[in-house]
Design a protein around this ligand. Structure first.
Ligand code: FPP
Length: 247
């Protein structure tokens, strides 16, 4: 199956390389994160025109708590300012904002500001931007399993729905990672089961609309078979495990 050009796609981005961008300019790491916020704006602007319905951005992993206190404080300060300064514009342009990840360890008052931004943008239908904050995919999966009803067998659908932001559209179509690194770093592990992967050497603060367009072009050139065969190979009716075993 060639990826359809008209579908409303879910793209995840591991925004990497802010620190290296800053170091290359002799600037503090914080300056890289601030420039990264500019790249977030550009990606949000470009996404609807590229057929993207949902954009999930990895802004702070649960492992990022290991970073120096000043950098963590600066990152949350930046996120707080972003929420305050952008939310009206997001609402006006039909962008829904929501957060996935833990909310119980965020700095004072941030969870309330997030809830306010989510409320103000809830009606957005043009693009859904999900920001992953204090996020760990493994942690999400463990919590979903713990929250699953005990009186019925656990299915993939049930578990999907129990993940933050789970349900229809949660599966990722394309995962992008910038800065030349090629790993998943505990991001959307369940939702990326059939994601296409796109790695670019571009550092996140330099990532622009042309880079997103290129990633989408790469995606549309991929054959997605979801474990089956390409269309030329699917003339017969599909097997099931039992029918195939019966010969
Ligand atoms: C990884 O680069 C980036 C982060 C840990 C933070 C991402 C945050 C932003 C882009 C800030 C703005 C976000 C929003 C949603 C407004 P790194 O610091 O690990 O870079 P390095 O690998 O070069 O050191």
């Amino acid at each position: 199956m060639q990826s359809s050009g008209t579908s409303r796609l879910h793209v995840g981005i591991i925004m990497d390389g802010n620190g290296r961008w800053a170091a290359a300019r002799g600037l503090p790491r914080y300056a890289g994160h601030r420039a990264g916020a500019g790249a977030v704006r550009r990606a949000i602007e470009a996404a609807p025109g590229l057929g993207i319905a949902t954009l999930t951005l990895f802004a702070f992993s649960s492992d990022n708590w290991r970073r120096p206190r000043d950098e963590v404080r600066a990152l949350f300060g930046l996120l707080r300012r972003y929420l305050r300064s952008e939310v009206a514009q997001l609402a006006e342009t039909g962008v829904r904002l929501s957060i996935i990840g833990r909310r119980d360890r965020l700095p004072d008052g941030l969870a309330a500001e997030i809830a306010r931004a989510e409320g103000l943008t809830a009606g957005g239908r043009r693009l859904h931007v999900r920001v992953a904050l204090d996020y760990s995919a493994r942690d999400q999966i463990l919590r979903a399993v713990a929250a699953a009803p005990r009186d019925a067998a656990l299915t993939a659908e049930t578990l999907s729905r129990l993940l933050d932001g789970g349900g229809p559209g949660a599966d990722v179509d394309l995962l992008i990672r910038t800065s030349g690194e090629q790993r998943l770093s505990d991001f959307l592990l369940w939702e990326c089961a059939y994601a296409e992967l796109h790695f670019t050497p571009r550092l996140w603060p330099d990532f622009g609309q042309a880079d997103l367009a290129l990633a989408m072009q790469d995606f549309h050139g991929r054959q997605r078979r979801f474990g089956g065969l390409s269309p030329a190979g699917t003339a017969g009716d599909a097997a099931t495990p039992a029918r195939a075993a019966a010969g």
